[in-house]
Design a protein around this ligand. Structure first.
Ligand SMILES: *[C@@H]1O[C@H](CO)[C@@H](O)[C@H](O)[C@H]1NC(C)=O
Ligand SMILES: *[C@@H]1O[C@H](CO)[C@@H](O)[C@H](O)[C@H]1NC(C)=O
Ligand SMILES: *[C@@H]1O[C@H](CO)[C@@H](O)[C@H](O)[C@H]1NC(C)=O
Ligand SMILES: *[C@@H]1O[C@H](CO)[C@@H](O)[C@H](O)[C@H]1NC(C)=O
Ligand SMILES: *[C@@H]1O[C@H](CO)[C@@H](O)[C@H](O)[C@H]1NC(C)=O
Ligand SMILES: *[C@@H]1O[C@H](CO)[C@@H](O)[C@H](O)[C@H]1NC(C)=O
Ligand SMILES: *[C@@H]1O[C@H](CO)[C@@H](O)[C@H](O)[C@H]1NC(C)=O
Length: 660
């Protein structure tokens, strides 16, 4: 009886507030939102709109349901209030120039498919900008000064009605406490900030307030303008955010959002908001550039952690931490955290066992970020300092086609490497060994270009030359959209450091090892090119470079003999069917042979490879390169590479000698 009554009461309550939309998200799930173009919700609940990885793109995310914003009887817009936390993280390469910005938007449609990128912020396009039939109201967080829209500066907040020429705008900042002193803020600072937007239909006024995340809502709004939304917005609207990149790029994020019609939107719980990616590593670089006081503090920290270390070493979760490691603070994970994250390295979470060791899936307890933890055993402590300096260095690599190394942890005899987790696993699973899902040619070609772009970055575009040393399909992981991400870069060095440092140990995988590398043990960018060649053939033919069964068939020899017979396309993966671009397949196969040349000097550079793949320059006629079957495979050509090749073998020498 009581139960029934309670149900009835609940229903009544729900009914009476059903029209007054009211929601609060301290972090999102992808089902809460309609995501468009680049927009994604990461596993820790962070909404990412635009991305530094993509130029000239738009992104938008809308609340999943429509919202009734006007009284249908008298056509008056309701009062509402909303608050959200955002962050604009500029491209690290162009710190001072940081994309175009983002906007909170009220739109008649769930999506703005005709809107343009760059200065149009994904809200409008050249022809509909300023058109009253748009029925769009937006609050822009604009990080670029466009003369055409009479922007006041390149760091302002504005209210836009149907167009990008703001009705009212103000330089970003906030009024402190009751004194009302104004403080500037930099929108693209990479730090989270909070915005409040309030509309009062009696007063016909809209207020917009901005503040850093750790500051309570300022008493005085940044913008307060008279406006009647009733003639502008539609009765049923969609609420969301849009953002765009141009040649200038920034990543834009929403961390949390609440909204309420006819009432005060619920305060966000700052402690529950998802963390921004890489916030730890940004702190590191700060640490290293700030002067004496911090050095003193880190000395104290070093002493304290030294003491803590002594106390802790007997415990179960003992990490091995040497004092020189303290400077790597945030990139060093605690063993205990990784133990918790992987629920004690259970077999259930085992993702795979590779040449280097076991890999487990985990979720970091505080940020809820999904990770992959690789456990590698190592021998003596010799060379460990260099190796860790190198890991930390590799952790600073950022490229859309590289798997991010988030950090490491060290125990006695064990090294744990923490990577971002990629749900689709490694490429080899889609190529051979009875794949459940195979990739079509378009997807494979995109994967190839992605890997090439990642390798080019390692070889030529980063501050130091990084040699991968183990390029192969099983080291290529696929993200949610089947983009290739090259993993495990530079780690073959572990063998050099972990075992006896006086013998040069050739690390890598058979079938991908350049002949000069097996002889001299010296890895170069050209040895990576050799492995990349094997990888190209592997992807086009859907087979391993050396098939262990079938009497050790060497793939490159087979491609070579098909090419000699003038039937190179016949060697391609039969699983490709008939839907493929013959000229692309041929290009990839020939390029694979060219990269497999036993003379390292005859192999192209990664930049040339990129040009060939993009079709910028035609592939040289390989018949002119005196290719012979023996030239392609393991027969060494005397006196060639050692004399010709400069000593490219890298890596972090400058880090080790000069400090940072
Ligand atoms: C807003 O919604 C939440 C949960 O849906 C509810 O608990 C709360 O009472 C609502 N607030 C108002 C003022 O209606
Ligand atoms: C809508 O307007 C009518 C007439 O002005 C009024 O009676 C009614 O209460 C309003 N409805 C809401 C939900 O405010
Ligand atoms: C019209 O509707 C709005 C919103 O519901 C309400 O605030 C207002 O009082 C209504 N006006 C009249 C004249 O009833
Ligand atoms: C928005 O309202 C206008 C004017 O009432 C109407 O012409 C238009 O079709 C509406 N848009 C949508 C998407 O409903
Ligand atoms: C601009 O957007 C409108 C819809 O608002 C669309 O009809 C039009 O084709 C777009 N124009 C361009 C040049 O994209
Ligand atoms: C705040 O920004 C404005 C506009 O860019 C500038 O004129 C002013 O000097 C800045 N104030 C401070 C204290 O930096
Ligand atoms: C907007 O700000 C003004 C000035 O601080 C204040 O008087 C007014 O009540 C505010 N209105 C809303 C809807 O918050």
């Amino acid at each position: 009886m009581f139960f029934k009554l309670a149900v009835v009461l609940t229903l009544l309550v729900i009914n009476s507030v059903a029209d007054d939309v009211n929601f609060t998200y301290n972090g999102f799930q992808s089902t809460d939102l309609s995501l468009q173009n680049l927009a994604v919700v990461s596993s820790n609940g962070l909404l990412k709109l635009a991305s530094t990885d993509y130029s000239f793109f738009t992104a938008a995310a809308f609340y999943k349901d429509s919202v009734k914003l006007k009284n249908s009887t008298n056509g008056t817009a309701f009062s509402f209030s909303t608050t959200f936390v955002f962050a604009i993280v500029p491209d690290l390469l162009f710190r001072d120039l940081s994309g175009h910005g983002m906007a909170f938007v009220i739109s008649p449609t769930q999506g703005l498919p005709y809107a343009s990128a760059t200065q149009y912020l994904g809200l409008f396009n050249y022809s509909n900008n300023g058109d009253p039939s748009n029925h769009i109201v937006a609050v822009e967080l604009d990080t670029f000064q466009n003369e055409e829209f009479e922007d006041i500066d390149d760091n302002h907040v504005g209210v836009d009605v149907n167009g990008l020429k703001s009705v009212e705008s103000h330089g970003a900042g906030y009024y402190v406490g009751s004194t009302g002193q104004f403080r500037n803020l930099t929108l693209p600072s990479g730090r989270p900030m909070q915005v409040w937007v309030e509309y009062d239909n009696q007063e016909q006024r809209m207020n917009v307030t901005l503040a850093p995340i750790n500051v309570r809502k300022p008493k005085f709004p940044l913008l307060s303008l008279p406006i009647d939304l009733s003639p502008i917005v539609n009765e049923t609207v969609y609420l969301g955010f849009s953002s765009a990149t141009g040649r200038l790029r920034a990543s834009t994020y929403i961390l949390g959002w609440s909204f309420m019609i006819n009432g005060q939107a619920k305060e966000l719980d700052i402690s529950k908001l998802p963390k921004l990616p890489g916030s730890a590593s940004r702190q590191t670089s700060k640490l290293l550039t700030i002067g004496l006081p911090l050095i003193f503090m880190s000395l104290v920290y070093a002493t304290v952690s030294g003491v803590v270390y002594l106390i802790k070493r007997k415990r179960k979760f003992a990490d091995v931490v040497e004092d020189w490691e303290c400077e790597y603070g945030p990139q060093r994970f605690k063993y205990k955290d990784l133990y918790m994250a992987t629920q004690g390295f259970r077999d259930k979470g085992l993702l795979g066992t590779g040449g280097f060791g076991k890999v487990y899936k985990g979720t970091l307890p505080t940020s809820r970020q999904e990770i992959a933890v690789k456990i590698v055993s190592h021998g003596s402590g010799q060379g460990m300092k260099e190796f860790i300096a190198e890991i930390v260095c590799l952790g600073r690599l950022r490229h859309r086609n590289l798997v991010r190394l988030l950090g490491y942890c060290r125990r006695k005899g064990e090294m744990l490497l923490v990577y971002e987790y990629l749900p689709n696993g490694s490429l080899d699973k889609y190529l051979y060994g009875q794949p459940k899902v195979t990739l079509n040619w378009g997807q494979r070609f995109r994967v190839i270009k992605g890997v090439a772009s990642g390798l080019l970055y390692l070889h030529e575009e980063w501050e130091q030359i990084v040699i991968h040393r183990d390029v192969k399909a099983s080291n290529v992981l696929l993200d949610g959209e089947l983009n290739a991400r090259l993993g495990d870069f530079g780690l073959a060095r572990l063998y050099d450091h972990g075992t006896d440092p006086h013998t040069t140990h050739v690390a890598g995988t058979r079938g991908y090892l350049a002949p000069e590398y097996t002889r001299t043990g010296k890895a170069t960018t050209r040895t990576d090119l050799f492995a990349f060649g094997a990888f190209l053939l592997e992807v086009a033919c859907g087979r391993r470079p050396i098939e262990p069964q079938a009497g050790k068939v060497v793939l490159v020899d087979e491609v070579f003999s098909f090419w000699q017979k003038g039937k190179i396309l016949d060697v391609k993966d039969p699983k490709l069917g008939t839907d493929f671009a013959a000229e692309e397949v041929e290009l990839v196969l020939k390029l694979g042979m060219l990269c497999s040349h036993s003379n390292p000097v005859a192999r192209p550079s990664m930049r040339q490879v990129m040009h060939y793949l993009e079709g910028d320059i035609p592939l040289p006629d390989i018949s002119l390169l005196s290719l012979t079957a023996s030239g392609l495979t393991f027969a060494p050509r005397e006196g060639s590479e050692d004399a010709v090749l400069p000593h490219l073998s890298l890596i972090v020498e400058s880090v080790l000698s000069g400090g940072r």
